[in-house]
Ligand binder design. Structure first.
Ligand code: FEO
Length: 197
């Protein structure tokens, strides 16, 4: 056998070996689950982008506490995307990063971002539930367990969003009330996610 032929055989053997290893070492995800998780990475990054739009809106309005609250929220959304990305990588899956849409919420009053935020979180809850459903159909208990954290997180996020709306409706129309609310939201600090992979 020539040297070139030897190298070719070695290459073919290694290729087959590494593919075999990949399948044996990793539990590959169901195609539908994989596709939905990959899409969700983009949706979470879009959420971060949307909340940065809200933060910018409030900054322009002189409400730096509200702006801080949504800046922290944007950081959390990025964390959500990173957790999903890492989860896919842990399963040996390639991640495809798509373009992030331009955030285009129409914001013309101080309550608009809060209402748009709640609507967006309800939409995200639906997306998480759809992935959970696909994992359930595929009997992918590992992904279901991974998503449990997100299911709980969505309950918290929807609750936070509706609480903000209630507070704004009660106190936001009065200048002093709005000032106090802004001070309260200025105190929010970023904390790393409790889910560690
Ligand atoms: Fe990542 Fe606000 O849900």
């Amino acid at each position: 056998q020539s040297l070139a032929g030897g190298f070719t055989s070695l290459f073919l053997w290694y290729n087959g070996f590494s593919r075999k290893c990949k399948k044996e070492v990793f539990f590959m995800l169901d195609n539908k689950v994989k596709e939905l998780l990959n899409t969700q990475i983009n949706k979470e990054l879009y959420s971060a982008y949307l909340y940065l739009q809200f933060a910018n809106y409030y900054e322009d309005e002189g409400l730096s506490g509200f702006s801080n609250w949504y800046t922290v929220q944007a950081q959390e959304e990025r964390d959500h995307a990173m957790l999903m990305l890492k989860y896919m990588q842990m399963h040996g899956e390639s991640v495809t990063l798509e373009a992030i849409d331009k955030p285009d919420a129409v914001l013309s009053s101080n309550i608009d971002p809060l209402k748009a935020g709640l609507k967006h979180e309800q939409y995200v809850t639906g997306l998480i539930n759809t992935i959970y459903g696909a994992a359930y159909d595929a009997k992918d208990f590992g992904t279901m367990q991974f998503l449990d954290w997100f299911v709980k997180e969505q309950v918290e996020e929807e609750n936070n969003a509706s609480t903000l709306i209630k507070k704004m409706e009660m106190f936001g129309t009065d200048a002093k009330g709005l000032y106090m609310l802004d001070q309260e939201l200025a105190a929010r600090v970023y904390a790393a996610p409790s889910l560690v992979l």
